[in-house]
Design a protein around this ligand. Structure first.
Ligand code: PGA
Length: 259
């Protein structure tokens, strides 16, 4: 089952995950990270700035979960730019070793397969950071996505476009299509770390962790993975049925097990 860790706030969650990632990179300089965009992982990236200062990150590789289709890669809200701004530059990663699925239109029909090959050639993803959409998506795998899906083009739901409208002039400016790692791709990562903060995520988190396995709530696919850490604040944890058990398990977790 997923390990659920209830933290005080987003900063505490970011610090916890960043500590773990920094230790991983020190131990294994060629670590392959899976990066998420959106607001949720920002405290992780912010905390990594200090934790990775002075650490050799020149061998780290990273793969983003998704990208908008048809958006100019130079657009400030393209995920290529977001990853460059929030992760690559502040952490000093080698831009050539940080990859995103290609969302540009010429050749889009091959972009998913190409990305799958790139991930495989890198030896797979060691640690995948995930946010969760209010509709239960991970990556941009919207409700109905197959648990076996691989990187491909998807149509964003109206709800996701409204959720992401804050980054654009309005919901209609949010691209209609995206290219995203599939649920099958995500499940191949060796460790999944899903973060969620705020009341708006509570229902999706409860469905993902404690609800039935269903493509209608794509994040429930994490229940199929043998190593998942779900890091949530009190608000996002507020509708979990076994919250007391998760708190007790975390408080008494043997130190040698780590995250
Ligand atoms: P958010 O998005 O982190 O901006 O809330 C999460 C997601 O859509 O996966």
């Amino acid at each position: 089952m997923a390990e659920v860790i209830i933290v005080r706030d987003a900063a505490a969650g970011g610090a916890l995950v960043a500590d773990h990632i920094a230790a991983l990179v020190r131990r294994r300089p060629e670590t392959v990270l899976g990066l998420a965009t959106g607001s949720t992982p920002l405290p992780v990236y912010a905390a990594l700035r200090t934790r990775l200062a002075g650490v050799d990150v020149s061998h780290v590789r990273a793969f983003a979960l998704d990208e908008y289709v048809g958006l100019d890669p130079a657009h400030p809200e393209s995920y290529a730019r977001v990853i460059e701004r929030e992760v690559v530059r502040p952490l000093g990663l080698d831009p050539a070793r940080v990859r995103l699925p290609r969302g540009t239109l010429p050749g889009i029909e091959h972009a998913g397969e190409d990305y799958e090959h790139e991930i495989a050639d890198a030896g797979g993803i060691d640690l995948q950071i995930l946010g969760i959409g209010s509709d239960g998506h991970i990556g941009f795998n919207e409700p109905g996505s197959s648990f076996a899906s691989r990187t491909r083009v998807k149509t964003l739901t109206r709800q996701t476009r409204e959720d992401n409208a804050r980054f654009f002039a309005g919901p209609d400016e949010v691209p209609r299509h995206c290219i995203t790692q599939g649920l099958g791709t995500i499940l191949d990562a060796r460790h999944l770390v899903l973060l969620a903060f705020g009341e708006g995520k509570a229902a999706a988190v409860a469905g993902a962790v404690e609800g039935p396995l269903t493509a209608s709530l794509p994040a429930s696919a994490i229940q199929l993975h043998e190593r998942v850490s779900v890091v949530v604040d009190e608000a996002a944890a507020s509708t979990l049925g076994f919250a007391d058990y998760y708190r007790e398990a975390w408080a008494h977790k043997p130190a040698w097990q780590g995250l």
